[in-house]
Ligand binder design. Structure first.
Ligand SMILES: *Cc1c(COP(=O)(O)O)cnc(C)c1O
Length: 727
């Protein structure tokens, strides 16, 4: 094939384009874009933890130009960049059709954490990952959306263990130059600086912009020389420090966030408070309105009309409460600004405003100043209405104004690379053969792939045979096991001279592999599985039908109970009959999550009902053909239909915690030994577990089109973001 070499100008254009691409997280959910960075430096890709910006720093400008002289590579770069530009410019979007008001005036989404990708570890868990997925889908749908959060320079902690298996935490410094973010500059090209009054100080902040497809997310950062050291460190860590740090971070997020948006010229149509952490933004909105001449009551009403609040947990400790003293010390400036007495200010965050013993609760502040509020699953809605009923004493509990929108996950972000390629090839083939539904959608990269028809067509045996799906599942399990071997070798557990050989034989690529990975909060009951220890050992060691377990997760640095659970699980893995059948991967993050939810056969979830407000990792599992085995709590209570996974117990729970734990442990063992293991090992003459694969197909058809953030953001938009219809 004759090809003309590229001109110097063309090469410069492509190199610039690649640099721009690396600084937009769009590449994290586009397989061909990701392939380009991986190909530029395969080893760097791995060592730099899939950081496209860092890979481009690793490759010299000269090397990049040389590589782009290869017309084949340059051609693929051009294709990806064209698609990227088309994505950014697309005007025929879902939002243009269904919410034209929100194409120009944005939704401002405030969240104390955002989980976008493993290279930017500024999330502690599910709440942040949900926020990141929300932003990605808002971009896909063409919604004007702007996110606000903090830049945690030391990120969320890294996990290690001392010889007693007690979790210890350490932190590494993030370097903005090596991250997919850009400084926000003022018109003179200097970093834009804003200020917020916290305690007795005027704290300065700057901001970084993360590009999430079409949507910017701004991260506030107080690490500026003009601040006292104490305030320079304010944004150092995700949920670091004590409640003083907490309240100061939240004042910065709420007040600083609104000020930053104003400095940048934003007039958002809606302020969406993702959890109560951001609720101080309502006080800043009231202040603005007072300054414009409104009375306090008018300003409060106008603020309510602009705000939407999502509550994320029925666990009491998950709701920030600040003492009167702490408020007096840190937040007294609100009193001057809003012309309130301290007691009046406290009253805004109290269920009973006049009760001097009640602390200031961010959830109460948020509920009082939002035109609508929602929980994140149906059951969580019911529990939340009960929980906040005292705030609405003159209504029956069913009429407490908290609705629900069940969470989702960003489909392409959570589809493992291998699975993306699997479908891409098959969809292309089906399109070439004129397959109706698939031909209309043509690829997985648009929001139409969100329909039940599309997933029914994908799950059709004509698109992918049982044998192909089983081979895919085998590849995914092997990739996970090889990843786990590498990780355990690096973790250096029981290192011996023959370590490499030993680690090459760790875990069994043919065995039913059960995964459990999440924050080690007590209510998630990580050890429930091992309640019937001897029976679990017998199941694991069954030579004909072996089972193995992979665990991961972090406990909050101050959660002693969570750390005890971790210690227990690691002890089982190292010193009991489960050794070799149970392993623990350290440093759970989005990358580990992606490996586990795709490579495991079964995703185990054992929360104490009804404390798992929604849960999202099981949705990620479903996308990749890993079946859920879960308590009927949160999303699974809505998703499970008897054919698409496995349920532990039924849609009820006893009042007594002891009774609940006992019953759930019994049911778990029973379902595992009577349903899950037989179904997995029931192979036909060709060696294929037909019934198992049938369940995978059912999960694709029934779960994936519902439990994704395209559906979720569409629901937020039509039910909450659009201005209420005039009555
Ligand atoms: C998805 C995800 C979570 C949330 O999972 P749950 O099922 O809600 O516990 C937490 N941490 C990481 C890294 C995730 O990717």
């Amino acid at each position: 094939m004759a090809t003309t070499p590229l001109t110097g100008v063309e090469i410069t254009e492509l190199a610039t384009g690649l640099n721009r691409l690396a600084r937009n997280l769009w590449w994290t959910w586009d397989q061909s874009a990701q392939d380009l960075f991986q190909e530029l430096s395969p080893r760097g890709w791995q060592n730099l933890y899939h950081n496209a910006v860092a890979v481009l720093h690793e490759v010299s400008d000269y090397e990049l130009r040389v590589r782009l002289q290869d017309p084949e590579f340059a051609g693929r770069v051009r294709q990806v960049l064209d698609r990227f530009e088309a994505y950014l410019r697309r005007t025929d979007t879902w939002a243009a059709r269904h919410a034209p008001q929100l194409v120009h005036r944005p939704v401002a989404y405030f969240s104390a954490e955002f989980g976008f990708h493993e290279t930017l570890p500024i999330a502690a868990g599910g709440l942040g990952v949900l926020a990141g997925d929300h932003a990605k889908s808002a971009s896909d749908l063409g919604l004007a959306f702007v996110g606000v959060s903090l830049f945690y320079r030391e990120g969320y902690f890294m996990q290690s263990f001392n010889p007693e298996n007690w979790q210890t935490e350490y932190y590494s410094l993030l370097d903005p130059r090596n991250l997919p973010m850009e400084p926000v500059l003022d018109p003179r090209g200097e970093p834009l600086v804003g200020t917020v009054r916290i305690a007795a100080a005027t704290v300065a902040f700057r901001a970084w912009r993360v590009n999430v497809g079409r949507c910017p997310v701004y991260l506030l950062d107080t690490d500026l020389p003009e601040n006292e050291p104490h305030y320079r460190d304010l944004t150092a860590r995700v949920y670091g420090g004590d409640s003083t740090t907490r309240i100061m971070q939240e004042i910065l997020l709420g007040v600083g966030g609104v000020r930053l948006l104003r400095q940048l010229g934003y007039q958002p149509a809606v302020f969406h408070l993702n959890e109560g952490h951001a609720a101080f933004l309502t006080l800043e909105l009231i202040r603005e309105k007072l300054a414009a001449g409104l009375t306090f009551t008018e300003a409060q009403a106008a603020t309510r009309a602009e705000c939407l609040f999502t509550t994320h947990t029925p666990v009491e400790a998950g709701h920030d409460r600040f003492s009167s003293d702490l408020m007096q010390y840190c937040a007294h400036k609100f009193c001057t600004q809003l012309k309130l007495t301290h007691d009046e200010l406290m009253g805004l965050g109290r269920v009973h405003p006049d009760d001097p013993n009640e602390p200031f609760c961010m959830t109460v502040l948020a509920l009082r100043h939002s035109r609508a509020a929602n929980a994140v699953s149906e059951l969580h809605g019911r529990v939340s209405r009960q929980m906040w009923h005292p705030l609405y004493p003159d209504r029956p509990v069913e009429q407490v104004p908290i609705g629900h929108i069940t969470n989702g996950v960003h489909l392409l972000g959570w589809m493992k690379g291998r699975v993306r390629k699997f479908w891409r090839d098959r969809v292309h083939k089906a399109v070439a053969n004129g397959h109706g539904v698939l031909a209309q959608t043509a690829h997985l990269y648009v929001d139409e792939a969100n329909t039940p028809e599309f997933w029914a067509a994908l799950a059709d045996p004509a698109t992918a045979s049982d044998e192909e799906i089983w081979a895919l599942r085998y590849q995914l399990r092997r990739e996970l096991i090889e990843f786990t071997r590498r990780r355990l070798l690096l973790q250096g557990e029981h290192l011996t001279r023959t370590a490499f050989i030993e680690y090459d034989h760790l875990l069994n690529p043919d065995a039913l592999t059960i995964g459990f990975a999440r924050r080690f909060a007590t209510y998630k009951r990580a050890a429930l599985l091992f309640q019937h220890f001897d029976q679990i050992v017998a199941l694991a060691k069954d030579r004909r039908r072996p089972v193995q377990f992979i665990f991961a997760g972090k406990a909050h640095p101050r959660d002693q109970e969570g750390k005890r659970l971790l210690q227990h699980i690691r002890h089982l893995a190292q010193h009991t009959a489960l050794r070799g059948h149970l392993v623990f991967i350290e440093n759970y993050d989005m990358h580990v999550a992606r490996q586990m939810v795709s490579g495991c056969d079964v995703w185990l979830n054992t929360p104490r009902r009804p404390l798992e407000a929604s849960g999202t990792s099981g949705m990620k599992a479903a996308i990749n053909g890993c079946l859920n085995l879960s308590i009927l709590d949160g999303w699974w209570r809505e998703g499970y239909d008897g054919t698409n996974g496995f349920a532990i117990g039924n849609d009820s729970h006893p009042d007594s915690i002891e009774e609940q734990d006992r019953r759930d442990a019994d049911n778990l063992l029973r379902v595992l030994s009577e349903e899950v293991i037989p179904c997995f090992y029931n192979r036909d003459a060709a060696g294929v577990p037909r019934q198992w694969i049938k369940r995978i197909r059912r999960a694709w058809v029934t779960l994936v089109p519902r439990f994704n953030t395209w559906r979720m953001v569409q629901e937020y938009t039509t039910r909450y973001y659009l201005p209420p219809e005039p009555a």
